[in-house]
Design a protein around this ligand. Structure first.
Ligand code: NAD
Length: 479
């Protein structure tokens, strides 16, 4: 049964702009789950106009009242936890356990950002002139376009909407064409929670049509994007035409460094879990390993054993699996082709290395590749699948140099029992985050931000909140 999803514009489910539709598939079975609207330019413009009209009134509400609306949405989301988790699993392929974590984390994130309502602070500056006060105020940017990826599609709505709304902005959200169903369910929660009209708008559609109409519009004030480097670059070019502010959370190629004194059980368990979770489709999961030569054999044997124990399949048919399918055929073909190229470049596949033999679904075998060199594509390009390439190193400094020699700079990890080595690594690693003796995930009170091609700006915590504000300095002469 289909849900007849419609764009959500100006507080209404919008029949007019919801005529053209496209289908959404289950990546584990290839079945059609439902269809969603593809918003054309006219519908996108109406959504932006609704957000624009609503913004001044929304910004005038006391922040604590705006926060109350976020909390109301969080409560309603918790009420439909199981339905929402099942939808995430069906359309994206993550396990039900991880889908529940995503729903819970999303609700908690809405509450967390709501807590900032009483902490959005300006500054009083000293003046060089007599009888003058200088106030630095924080004000909303205006209308924010949020463009989402498919890997944590529900959470990413909250990551953009919550800091934007609590600081007085209004939003137009476009979910990924791969995973829009959770977003249309979310819009129903927003509607039920009675947010003022036009504060939250949702348009369905593909990137090159709906996404481009949104990000190229002169009428938006900021694009907050999470996705690939290639799309991030396109969005930046579109935004450049209007000098629109961008916040870009892009890809990663997270290095995991395992030193000779590391707890190898801990390191192999954490790295495996990081690579298996969401089938390796996580921007900050370990994407390349640098292990000290002295412990390489022991570590690699442990890693192979743990990766080999990974159960995979359709997460709805068998809730015990650790790993579901990749999100689509392009993702599967990309992973398979990269492993083939690693083989022909001289690397050795010691586990997996094939498209999995499953009745249906885009499954790839858990894979470990050794004898990797720094120039190989498998050590340089984002894989986004359950594949771990390993390279040997002789020292921490060598590992750090290889880790830093990358287009990406999102996250990194380091395994050691030596505090000095950990601090040395943290000092020299040029990444937005470093995890010591653990892997992802990041905390909502942290700041998730990439260096180099991993992005511009960041998300979460106080610094993420202020990404959605402009400063305004007032110079006041008085007696
Ligand atoms: P993607 O770039 O293919 O698509 C992301 C979104 O951009 C989709 O909604 C798509 O419709 C839209 N889009 C595509 N072309 C567009 C255009 N020309 N104009 C406007 N919008 C357009 O990314 P994806 O495949 O959905 O997600 C995977 C990528 O996201 C990976 O590279 C991953 O590392 C990255 N990611 C990063 C973070 C982070 O926090 N840094 C988090 C999650 C995912």
């Amino acid at each position: 049964m289909t849900a007849n999803h419609m764009n959500y514009i100006d507080g209404r489910f919008d029949d007019a702009g919801s005529g053209t539709r496209f289908e959404v598939f289950n990546p584990a079975t290839h079945e059609v789950l439902d269809s969603v609207p593809e918003a054309g330019v006219e519908a996108v413009e109406r959504a932006i106009a609704a957000a624009r009209a609503a913004q001044p009134g929304w910004a005038k509400l006391p922040a604590i009242q705006r926060a109350g609306h976020l909390r109301a949405v969080a409560t309603r989301l918790r009420d439909i936890r199981e339905d929402m988790a099942r939808t995430l699993t069906l359309e994206q392929g993550k396990t039900l356990g991880l889908a529940r974590v995503e729903v819970d984390f999303t609700a908690d994130y809405l509450d967390y950002m709501a807590e900032w309502a009483r902490r959005i602070e300006g500054e009083v500056l000293t003046s060089d002139r007599p009888g003058e006060s200088i106030f630095l105020m924080r004000k909303p940017v205006g209308v924010v376009a949020g463009i989402l990826p498919w890997n944590f599609p529900l959470f990413l709505i909250a990551r953009k909407m919550a800091p934007a709304l609590v600081t007085g902005n209004t939003v137009v959200i476009k979910p990924s064409e791969e995973t829009p169903l959770n977003a249309f369910m979310f819009a129903k929660l927003v509607h039920a929670a009675e947010l003022p009209r036009g504060v939250f708008n949702l348009v369905g559609g593909r990137g090159e049509t709906t996404g481009a109409a949104l990000t190229g519009s002169r009428a938006i004030d900021m694009v907050s994007f999470t996705g690939s480097v290639e799309t991030g670059s396109r969005i930046m070019q579109a935004a450049a035409r209007n000098i629109t502010r961008v916040n870009l959370e892009l890809g990663g190629k997270a290095p995991a460094i395992v030193l000779a004194d590391a707890d190898l059980d801990l390191a192999s368990t954490a790295i495996t879990a990081s690579r298996v979770i969401n089938t390796g489709q996580v921007c900050n999961c370990a994407e390349r390993i640098y292990v000290h030569r002295a412990v390489a054999d022991e570590f690699i044997n442990k890693l192979i054993a743990k990766m080999a124990a990974t159960r995979y399949g359709d997460p709805i048919a068998d809730p015990r699996v650790d790993m579901g399918p990749l999100v689509n055929k392009e993702g599967l073909d990309k992973v398979a082709a990269m492993v083939e190229r690693a083989r022909s470049d001289g690397a050795q596949v010691v586990l997996g290395g094939q498209i999995a033999d499953q009745p249906s679904g885009h499954h790839y075998e858990p894979t470990v590749i050794i004898n990797c060199r720094p120039d190989m594509e498998i050590m340089r390009r984002e894989i986004f699948g359950p594949v771990l390439p390993v390279q040997l190193v002789d020292s921490l400094d060598e590992a750090v140099a290889f880790a830093n020699d990358s287009e990406y700079g999102l996250t990194s990890s380091l395994y050691t029992r030596d505090l000095n080595a950990a601090m040395h690594g943290i000092r020299d690693l040029q990444f937005g985050e470093t995890y010591v003796n653990r892997e992802n995930f990041e905390a909502m009170q942290g700041f998730h931000a990439g260096r180099r091609k991993s992005g511009i700006g960041g998300a979460d915590g106080k610094h993420g909140l202020y990404e959605y504000t402009e400063t305004h300095v007032a110079y006041i002469q008085h007696g």
